[in-house]
Design a protein around this ligand. Structure first.
Ligand code: ADP
Ligand code: ZN
Length: 217
């Protein structure tokens, strides 16, 4: 069963790998970041609350995030597997997830941890631009769109996420180091952890992920 957690610091390439995985394996993509951004766009109460944290680069409080994932993971389409992207990000979230997956009998089968050094992450993130309409990622140096400011895929306008500025990024990297990094040990202790170097290239990272999935499927 592919009940997968995708982990890694902001900028390690999680989003790109998530897209490849869902295209190849057809499992639901549960991205807490995307869910929050949708809630913000729809101006729901959860969205308004989340925005006040996200725009500063801070983590949204655990109880809000856990409730969101609980609801999503219990839906029928997750019975055939799922890809958790950006969750858990704290030890309390991981503990809540462990309890929930037991209750609904959908245990985690692997944790994919994509790693990268801090200076690379900073370059990748501050140069990142995303399409307002379809969310496709670009980079001002390494992944330029054909026409500046315009999405190659849908013609939408490219923008910088509010939390991709240098100031918010410092807060996010700090949150990653202090709150999320302890999860590496948490999942290593449970024999679920697979570390992959995020600097070996998108296709190589994906190939390793596929190898892991073939072994646990
Ligand atoms: P990135 O991985 O590039 O930081 P995400 O899209 O995963 O971006 O998340 C964006 C923001 O949404 C985070 O910086 C955080 O504020 C919030 N968020 C996402 N997932 C969680 C989570 N599991 N717990 C708390 N906050 C979260
Ligand atoms: Zn687009």
């Amino acid at each position: 069963m592919l009940n997968i957690i995708l982990m890694g610091p902001p900028g390690a390439g999680k989003g790109t790998q998530a897209k490849k995985i869902i295209a190849a394996y057809g499992i639901p993509h549960i991205s807490t970041g995307d869910m929050f951004r949708e809630a913000i766009a729809a101006k729901t109460p959860t969205g308004e609350l989340a925005a006040s944290y996200i725009n500063k680069g801070m983590l949204v409080p655990d109880e809000v995030t856990i409730a969101l994932v609980k609801e999503r993971l219990s839906k029928d389409d997750c019975a055939k597997g799922f890809l958790l992207d950006g969750f858990p990000r704290t030890i309390p979230q991981a503990e809540a997830l462990e309890k929930l997956t037991k209750e609904i009998n959908r245990p985690i089968s692997a944790v994919i941890n994509i790693t990268a050094e801090k200076d690379v992450l900073v370059k990748r993130i501050t140069g990142r631009r995303v399409c307002k309409s379809c969310g496709a990622p670009f980079h001002i140096e390494t992944l330029k769109p054909k026409v500046e400011g315009v999405c190659d895929y849908c013609g939408g306008e490219l923008m910088q996420r509010k939390d991709d500025t240098l100031e918010s990024l410092a807060v996010r990297l700090d949150a990653y180091e202090h709150q999320t990094l302890p999860l590496v040990k948490f999942y290593a202790d449970r024999n679920l952890l697979h570390d992959i170097d995020g600097l070996i290239g998108l296709e190589n990272v994906f190939k390793i992920i596929c190898d892991i999935f073939e072994r646990i499927k």
